[in-house]
Design a protein. Structure first.
Length: 418
């Protein structure tokens, strides 16, 4: 099954069912453009046998980053680096889909001093996350416009499509959540209002890009947070997406409060069984005909082929296994007994455990991007400390770029007024 091709509703054909899921690379230049290292990373992944690649999250608003080093579009006036990134999988016939994101309240203090969100409700960890400001109606329309404008640029650069990040507790997921979104206007309250942002973004992107351009969504099967969006509401959204010419739904789950996408906080039996969201994918399958990508916890060829042949999903999303073995898809395709490598990773205890784990895996991307092999040992806590130091430098560089950008746009305003 894994080796079978698949054609998405937009006509894009994928040579097999293995998808590289999004992993934030944080390798952009100060001006937000893709760097040669980032492009090399995707060339390397494309050689590993994967059928389709999703980028890590790309910011639709350069002032609202998920992390320093996110790709942005401020310098799209010079599209060459974006074009080269879009072409990184072409030689191997592997399409690249750009994940578009707005972090909302889930940006750490060092990245966003004043985050925005549907309502002024902060994450419990106030030391690292500032309380957000509630968005105005005008700002919500600007955000929709930012997603649409980003998707048009992605299409113009030659990428195969976009994936709208509506999962993991970022801005769109915050709108979907009844305990983060307590607005009383047309963007809050009943599900039809809470999902309006996502639906508007999809509708307007679809109307602005060619029909052959893929438009997908990463959606939580559930937030796994008390009072958050549950599986029943997620299923209703999937039903709506069915009518919007969506090319795929990637099923994931959780938020920063409960990082279920990494299996954290899920029952032991679910974590040990492969495919954290397998039951929820089965539920999704009953309500939508949109191709489904199941992501999270899948490790063996047997489990992946089982999920595909049972019909609960159409593609398998893999993240951590590819960060430690970019050629894992080749092994999966040639060996029915293949299983992902489990690195010997020392994780800190407590709430920073998942963040440290993510940063350790992200550091493997750094190694791959410069032609090194992943390092299968190491301490995730050290990865966290190294990231904090790296962020100081990336943050200084980024702020200097933003100041220069503001100065030059003021100067050109003055010139045009004169
Ligand atoms: C280093 C790293 C970075 C990630 N960055 C993103 C991201 O930018 N966007 C996203 O939707 N998910 C991100 N994820 C989550 C993965 O896409 C995936 O949902 C999760 O890791 C579960 O899949 P796995 O069990 O195959 O790793 C990231 C995961 C890792 C390991």
């Amino acid at each position: 099954m894994l080796d079978q091709f698949l054609t998405l509703p937009c006509g894009l054909t994928i040579k097999n069912r293995i998808v590289k899921s999004a992993m934030t690379e944080r390798m952009a230049a100060a001006d937000g453009s893709p760097t040669p290292r980032l492009i090399h990373l995707f060339e390397r992944f494309s050689k590993g046998g994967v059928g389709m690649m999703l980028t890590g999250n790309v910011a639709v608003d350069g002032q609202q980053l998920e992390g320093f080093g996110n790709v942005t579009f401020e310098t799209f006036g010079h599209p060459e680096p974006y074009r080269r990134w879009a072409a990184a999988g072409r030689r191997e016939g592997v399409p690249i889909i750009v994940q578009l994101n707005h972090p909302g309240r889930q940006a750490m203090r060092n990245v966003a001093e004043q985050p925005v969100a549907p309502s002024a409700i902060g994450l419990p960890n106030k030391k690292y996350f500032a309380v957000p400001r509630a968005l105005t109606e005008v700002e919500i329309h600007e955000i929709i416009e930012n997603f649409v404008s980003a998707a048009k640029k992605v299409s113009a650069a030659g990428f195969a499509g976009v994936e709208i990040h509506a999962a993991h507790g970022y801005l769109i997921s915050q709108f979907l959540s009844p305990n983060v979104n307590v607005r009383t206007d047309q963007w809050g309250g009943p599900l039809v209002n809470r999902s309006r942002l996502l639906i508007q973004i999809i509708r307007q992107i679809r109307a602005s890009v060619p029909p052959s351009f893929a438009v997908g969504v990463k959606l939580n099967a559930g937030d796994f947070v008390k009072g958050g969006m549950g599986p029943e509401e997620s299923a209703l959204i999937m039903q709506d997406l069915d009518t919007l010419r969506v090319d795929f739904i990637e099923i994931s789950g959780g938020t920063f409060e409960r990082p279920a996408s990494f299996g954290a906080g899920l029952p032991k039996s679910t974590r040990e069984r492969e495919g954290y969201f397998l039951d929820l994918a089965a539920m999704a399958r009953r309500v939508t005909t949109v191709p489904l990508i199941l992501t999270g916890g899948l490790r063996s060829s047997a489990a992946m082929n089982g999920a595909l042949s049972s019909g609960v999903c159409d593609m398998i999303g893999l993240a951590r296994p590819l960060a430690v073995e970019p050629d894992f898809p080749r092994r999966l395709l040639s060996d029915p007994a293949a299983c992902a490598i489990s690195p010997e990773l020392k994780l800190p205890k407590g709430p920073i455990s998942t963040l440290a784990e993510l940063l350790w895996y992200r550091e493997q991307l750094d190694r791959i991007s410069v032609g090194k092999s992943p390092n299968l040992h190491g301490s995730a806590l050290f990865a966290l400390f190294r990231t904090l130091a790296r962020d100081k430098w990336l943050g200084w560089r980024r702020h200097r770029f933003i100041r220069r950008l503001a100065k030059s746009s003021k100067a050109s305003l003055r010139e045009s007024a004169a």
